[in-house]
Write a protein that binds this ligand. Sequence first.
Ligand code: PRP
Ligand code: URA
Length: 209
Amino acid sequence: MENVTILDHPLIQHKISLLRDKNTGTNEFRSLIEEIAMLMGYEALRDLPLKEVQVETPIETCMTPMVAGKKLAVVPILRAGLGMVNGILSLAPSAKVGHIGLYRDETTHEPHEYYCKLPDPIDQRTIVVTDPMLATGGSAVAAIDFIKQHGGKTIKFMCIIAAPEGLKRLKEAHPDIQIYIGHLDRELNEDAYICPGLGDAGDRIFGTK
Ligand code: PRP
Ligand code: URA
């Protein structure tokens, strides 16, 4: 099964174009990230298992499906992945939230871990890892390495913009995960920024520089 899905719904594409605009301010940028995560989550959670439960309607008793089985965990890669969490929680409010703190070294572009806390039992959960940007792929690969070391098995990675270089690296390192992308951009520049991209996602979400 092809494990990469490009979620090219017109609403997602429209909102990504607004994100790219350098004149989009912090408040709107943050809202757009959350809305896109919600729209992407709707598709990415399409395979959640259902079970039939008994419900009494005002008319009669019936069997009707509800989400069952595996519990959900949303795991943002700090900082920028945090911006996507509420979008997914608006669809699945009882999901637990873990955190993985990584930052990219500005010279080597390699990720460094500074925090990891995951909800138990992680091995029994469907885990949605969020990060708006998949650039070299170093951060996503390292985050999923950590999750697997902690016992995580069923993993979906969701990003808003990906570079071909990062997608290739992530697919090679973790061929068993599902990858959801809003838009596949052209390439990385010499500073490992995505082109055309949207700049530094963390800085734009949190208003830092
Ligand atoms: C950004 C982004 C990803 C990473 C992608 O985070 O949010 O985590 O870069 O780059 P990569 O694919 O080359 O690893 P950054 O390290 O800037 O940290 P921040 O979210 O705290 O700003
Ligand atoms: N991280 C970002 O926030 N933006 C990029 O273009 C690359 C990495």
